[in-house]
Design a protein around this ligand. Structure first.
Ligand SMILES: Cc1ncc(COP(=O)(O)O)c(C=O)c1O
Length: 402
C-alpha cells in the first residue's frame, strides 16, 4: 500500500520544541509501577475550587438553550465589562470595554495568537530565560527569532534591558511577573522603565499576568503584582498589552478563560486573527468568569501555608530556595553537603521521580538559565510537601555517585 502521510509536518510545527514533561510522565509511570505513591509537584494546576458564583453561573447556563449558540463578539460584552471593572478595581486602570478588552480561551491561546497578530516571520522577540515553555512554541509558530534575556538571581530575576544589543530591533518584549518559574515579582517602577525602553526602541511590550492575584500578602498585592498598564497614565496604552487568566487566581485552569487588555490597535488585530480561529469561550464559561472577576480571590492562605512549610524544609536540607512573595511556585537549587549543585536538572528530576515518586519540574525545561534549579508547584497540602522533601533527601544529586 502506498504510504500517504509522509512529510506532512510543516517547518513551523517541526520548530516547536518538545516537552521534557513527556520524560517526566514516563518516570512517574515507572515509579508507580515500582509501587511508589506519587507526589506530583511538577505542574502549576491549582487544586482549589473555583468561586461558588462561577459554578452557579455555569449551572444556570446549562439550563438556558440560548447559551448553546456560537458566541458572537457582541455576546462577549458582559465579560469585557466585568474585566474592565476588575482592572479598575484592582489596578486603577480605566479601559474601554469595546476596544481595549478581548476575552481569551486562556492566556496561552491569547499569546500564541497575539504573536501572529502583531509580528511577522523573521521578527525578533525578546524572551526571558528561564520562561514558561509555551512561549518558545508560540514564537516558533509565529516564525520569530528569539533573543533571550537571562533572569539571574543577582538581578532579582529581572531582565537587564540595557544589555540588549543596540543593533537589535526587537518587535516585541514578553515579560511575566509574578514570574513562572522563578516566582520573582516586579515593581511598577520596573514596568515604567520597561515601557519607556520599549517606546524608545519601537518595541511592543507584552505582559503575561496570570499570577496577578497570587500575592501572599494580599494587602501588598498592589506593590508586588502591578499591571503593566499602570505604567501608562494616558489611558491609550500605546504599544502595551497584557494577558490575564482565570486559571490561577480563580482556580479555573481547565475552564480555559482569560482576557487581553491594552492598546486598542493590538486588541483589534488580535480579534481579527482569533476571528479566523475560534468563536470565544462558551457563554457559560464567560458568565462564570464574569462572576469570578467580581469576587475577591480566595485560597491564597492555602498556598501561603504550603510555601511556609516547604521553604524552611528545603533550607534544612541545605538547598537554596527563594522565599516567594507571589505565584504558586518555589524555585530551588538542590545542593549537597559540600555546596555542589545539580549539573543536569532534567536527569536529576527524572531520577528523583523514578526513585521516590516525587515529580518536580526540572529547571532546564524553562531555558538554559534554569539549569541547576528545580521548580516545586505548591499544589499539594503541607504534609505531602514535607513528605516529598523527606523522600528527596535520599536522592543523590550527582548521578556519578549512584
Ligand atoms: C506564565 C504563564 N502564562 C500563561 C499560563 C497559562 O495560562 P492559561 O491557563 O490562561 O492559558 C501559565 C500557566 O502555567 C503561565 O505560567
Amino acid at each position: 500500500m502506498t504510504k500517504l502521510a509522509v512529510g506532512w509536518v510543516s517547518k513551523r510545527a517541526a520548530a516547536v520544541p518538545g516537552s521534557v514533561f513527556t520524560l517526566m510522565n514516563a518516570a512517574v509511570a515507572q515509579a508507580r509501577a515500582a509501587g511508589h505513591s506519587i507526589i506530583d509537584l511538577s505542574i502549576g494546576s491549582s487544586d482549589q475550587s473555583p468561586p461558588a458564583v462561577a459554578l452557579e453561573a455555569i449551572r444556570q447556563a446549562t439550563l438556558d438553550p440560548l447559551a448553546n449558540r456560537y458566541p458572537l463578539f457582541s455576546d462577549t460584552a458582559p465579560l469585557r465589562h466585568a474585566a474592565a471593572r476588575y482592572m479598575d478595581r484592582r489596578f486603577g486602570v480605566t479601559l474601554d470595554p469595546e476596544t481595549q478588552v478581548l476575552p481569551l480561551i486562556g492566556a496561552q491561546e491569547g499569546l500564541a495568537h497575539l504573536l501572529l497578530a502583531t509580528t511577522d516571520p523573521g521578527d525578533t522577540l525578546l524572551l526571558p530565560d528561564p520562561c514558561y515553555p509555551p512561549y518558545l512554541g508560540a514564537a516558533a509558530v509565529a516564525g520569530l527569532r528569539v533573543h533571550t534575556l537571562p533572569l539571574r538571581p543577582e538581578h532579582d530575576f529581572l531582565p537587564v534591558l540595557d544589555d540588549v544589543p543596540a543593533a537589535l530591533s526587537p518587535r516585541a518584549l514578553l515579560l511575566n511577573y509574578p514570574n513562572n518559574p522563578t516566582s520573582a515579582v516586579a515593581s511598577l517602577n520596573f514596568f515604567r522603565a520597561a515601557a519607556g525602553w520599549c517606546k524608545a526602541r519601537g518595541t511592543l511590550l507584552i505582559h503575561d499576568h496570570p499570577y496577578a492575584e497570587l500575592s501572599y500578602a494580599a494587602a501588598e498585592a498592589a506593590d508586588v503584582a502591578p499591571s503593566a498598564l499602570q505604567a501608562d497614565v494616558s489611558g491609550r496604552f500605546a504599544g502595551l498589552v497584557e494577558l490575564h487568566s482565570l486559571s490561577k487566581s480563580h482556580h479555573m485552569g481547565g475552564y480555559r478563560v482569560g482576557f487581553a487588555v491594552g492598546d486598542a490597535e493590538v486588541i483589534a488585530a488580535l480579534g481579527r486573527v482569533k476571528g479566523a480561529v475560534d468563536f470565544h469561550p462558551w457563554l457559560g464559561i464567560q458568565a462564570a468568569a464574569s462572576a469570578a472577576l467580581a469576587t475577591v480571590p480566595a485560597g491564597l492562605e492555602v498556598f501561603q501555608s504550603r510555601r511556609d512549610a516547604l521553604v524552611p524544609a528545603l533550607h534544612a536540607l541545605g538547598w537554596q530556595a527563594e522565599w516567594p512573595q507571589a505565584s504558586m511556585y518555589v524555585w530551588a537549587r538542590p545542593l549537597d553537603g559540600q555546596g555542589r549543585g545539580v549539573r543536569d536538572s532534567v536527569a536529576y528530576a527524572v531520577r528523583a521521580a523514578r526513585q521516590t515518586g516525587v515529580a518536580l519540574a526540572p529547571g532546564r525545561a524553562f531555558g538554559e538559565n534554569g539549569e541547576g534549579y528545580v521548580r516545586f508547584a505548591l499544589v499539594q497540602p503541607p504534609e505531602l510537601l514535607l513528605e516529598a522533601v523527606q523522600r528527596l533527601a535520599g536522592v543523590d544529586l550527582v548521578e556519578e555517585r549512584l
